[in-house]
Design a protein around this ligand. Structure first.
Ligand SMILES: N[C@@H](CCC(=O)N[C@@H](CS)C(=O)NCC(=O)O)C(=O)O
Length: 420
């Protein structure tokens, strides 16, 4: 029999912690049949059960309700006294509590705040970002030191402390655990790999998503003032003025472009599709209709030399205000600067505040998008799917993203950006 319904969403690390506790306790929890985050948790039905309006939250089959990750996990562990999750000895149990607290408040809270700073959810401050990073690393190093001589945090078996640490480190992987930091905390990495690969937990966690470089905040680009080529001066921007370019003068925040070695994309066989001409056609012409830029595109496109991709943001459930989602796209495009010669993009925010998604299309040099987009350190925050213009659905998607009238699952395009 099921313990009840656990409100969570598949990618939520805190939800994974609760589900992992249930799996190791030998208890079944159901996930809700339909739950739309940032929508259903704001409804009176949800709030009357869980007044804080956050997930995870457990709606017990016996009528008992509880929210907050730590409390739900602890409740589940206490229902399975024979599991190893919460040892009965008061001192050992207190040590479990100690490491849960270190994971949550000395690492997890800072990782969450760094993520929100970098994604523009909280107004960015470089010193604050640095301070939070230092504090998270201090927490990680304390755990690292402790794990040097131990497999698990408290006993010889997995306790709630291990599940707490693993869910926090799982969440930290794409945010701060980059190629430079990982070798400094090898036992933390070994620990999280042990937990997420445990046969009973593997399906719950899924793969770890370590970053190459820690997540950074890049302010939206300032207006480019330089003159356009005289020969074919583009018409005035046809898209609405963007309201997100901020006035931050701290140039230190913008990574300086290093002179690069020749890009391997330059060695691809020559293509007769001129990306610059396309960018001009797109800027100067109406998008749809006779003599529009889509018509120009089909007349000139070279599918051997270039490929077309659908792009979707992986963390839509973290998006709040649509203008912030738009900043997210602006930041991504800004970080793609080094690929300007190889890339065109039309990406938008679809939906409304607290219920939006980011999706669009890219046209990239070659048949693989990775060498084009990996110029942006956060390129892995997006999913890429190659589109086939012979396929009517893919073609319609491509055209709608170019024309900024794309609609996905009832969510309408509200704001967009072009990478030109
Ligand atoms: N203190 C809570 C935090 C959980 C939390 O932050 N949940 C987020 C999703 S990751 C949420 O439900 N946010 C909805 C909202 O802010 O309205 C816990 O540990 O369970």
């Amino acid at each position: 029999m099921s313990l009840g319904t656990l409100y969570t969403i598949p990618g939520q690390a805190q939800g994974k912690r609760v589900r992992a506790a249930a799996a190791l306790a030998g208890l079944k929890v159901d996930l809700p049949e339909s739950y739309v985050h940032f929508q259903d948790n704001k409804k009176p039905e949800f709030l009357s059960k869980f007044p804080h309006g956050k997930i995870p939250a457990l709606d017990g089959a016996d009528g008992f309700r509880i929210f907050e990750t730590t409390a739900i996990s602890r409740y589940i562990a206490s229902l399975a006294p024979n599991s190893t999750l919460l040892p009965p000895d008061p001192k050992v149990a207190a040590l479990v509590e100690q490491w849960v607290s270190v994971a949550d408040h000395e690492i997890g809270d800072y990782v969450g705040l760094i993520n929100q700073l970098c994604r523009g959810v909280i107004p960015y401050s470089k010193p604050v970002h640095q301070t939070f990073t230092e504090r998270a690393i201090r927490g990680l190093k304390t755990v690292e030191q402790h794990l040097t001589t131990r497999t698990y945090l408290v006993t010889e078996r997995i306790t709630l402390a291990d599940l707490a640490l693993a869910s926090v480190v799982f969440r930290a992987a794409p945010v701060i655990l980059d190629a430079e930091l990982r070798p400094q905390v090898p036992n933390v990495i070994r620990h999280v790999e042990t937990i997420v690969n445990h046969p009973a937990l593997k399906e719950i966690y899924g793969p770890l998503d370590f970053c190459e470089k820690a997540l950074q905040f890049i302010p939206p680009p300032k207006e480019k003032k330089e003159a356009k080529p005289a020969a074919e001066k583009p018409k005035a921007e046809k898209k609405p003025a963007k309201k997100d370019d901020d006035d931050d003068d701290d140039d230190d925040l913008v990574p300086k472009e290093e002179p690069k070695a020749k890009n391997p994309l330059d060695f691809l066989p020559k293509s007769n599709f001129n990306l610059e001409d396309w960018k001009r056609a797109y800027s100067n012409k109406d998008t749809r209709g006779p003599n529009g830029s889509i018509e120009w595109f089909y007349q000139n496109f070279d599918k051997e030399g270039f490929s077309i991709w659908r792009v979707d943001f992986k963390y839509n459930n973290e998006l709040t205000q649509t203008f912030m989602s738009s900043n997210q796209i602006g930041g991504f495009f800004n970080r793609l600067e080094a690929s300007r010669k190889y890339l065109f993009g039309s990406v938008g925010v679809l939906g409304q505040t607290n219920d939006s998604i980011i999706a669009g299309v890219l046209i990239g040099r070659g048949q693989d998008i990775k060498p084009v987009v990996d110029a942006a350190p956060d390129y892995e925050s997006y999913e890429y799917k190659k589109l086939d213009l012979e396929n009517a659905e893919d073609k319609a998607f491509f055209e709608a993203a170019l024309a900024w009238d794309l609609e996905i699952g009832g969510k309408k395009w509200v704001d967009g950006k072009n990478f030109k």
